[in-house]
Design a protein around this ligand. Structure first.
Ligand SMILES: CC(C)(COP(=O)(O)OP(=O)(O)OC[C@H]1O[C@@H](n2cnc3c(N)ncnc32)[C@H](O)[C@@H]1OP(=O)(O)O)[C@@H](O)C(=O)NCCC(=O)NCCS
Length: 178
């Protein structure tokens, strides 16, 4: 007996931006410092990658891997004793990839009423993967506020630049003389 063909896969339903928005917080200790005594940039990058991974996993409903991290900007030094918050959300979702935006804030752990300062910003691309590590489809992101919509538009500009840069470099390698 021949089996009936499977119906075409349903496109994944959209998810609102707020569904995956996440924050990770951590107090910086002497183990996190560089030789200048401030917090090592790699410690902040790890927190950024961790929170972005949480967001990508929540939005895509499964495993997702970091494909790229760009525009990691350090605005202010982070100090021992700072309580650091990494806040992240999906800015844009494509077929299998997502751009996650991360904002990092720091506040002294022991001073009440001091507003958190923005210390870093980053944009990462995550790709949702199946059990074999192959890209799998992700739901569209449904922006809920004017700010979410602005982020979608700006993420599309960054994606166009990433793809154009990659294509230009590949083209230049093809035409470069050894
Ligand atoms: C990320 C990975 C799964 C992509 O695999 P791939 O075979 O290149 O996949 P594709 O070419 O089909 O691209 C899949 C999607 O990722 C996007 N993508 C791939 N590489 C990218 C990059 N460097 N920057 C931005 N987007 C990228 C593609 O545009 C595509 O997006 P879309 O489906 O939304 O249109 C693969 O490169 C990988 O496993 N990398 C290692 C990831 C990892 O281990 N991270 C942790 C580092 S310790």
């Amino acid at each position: 007996m021949t089996e009936a063909p499977l119906p075409p896969a349903e496109p994944p339903a959209g998810k609102p931006t707020s569904a995956a928005r996440s924050t990770l917080s951590r107090i910086m200790t002497v183990l996190d410092t560089n030789l200048l005594g401030t917090v090592h940039g790699g410690v902040v990058m790890k927190l950024v990658d961790d929170v972005a991974g949480v967001v990508a996993q929540r939005h895509s409903g499964g495993a997702a891997v970091t494909a790229s991290m760009d525009e990691m900007v350090f605005l202010q030094p982070v100090r021992v004793g700072d309580l650091v918050h990494a806040e992240a959300q999906v800015n844009w979702a494509g077929r299998t990839s997502m751009e996650v935006g991360v904002r990092v804030l720091a506040e002294p752990w022991n001073e009440a009423g001091v507003p958190p300062t923005r210390v870093a910003t980053a944009y990462l691309v995550f790709v949702a993967v199946d059990d074999e590590g192959r890209p799998r489809e992700v739901p569209p992101v449904l922006p809920e506020t004017a700010e979410d919509r602005r982020r979608v538009g700006e993420a599309e500009i960054r994606r166009a630049h990433r793809l154009a840069r990659r294509a230009a470099i590949l083209q230049s390698r093809k035409t470069a003389t050894p």
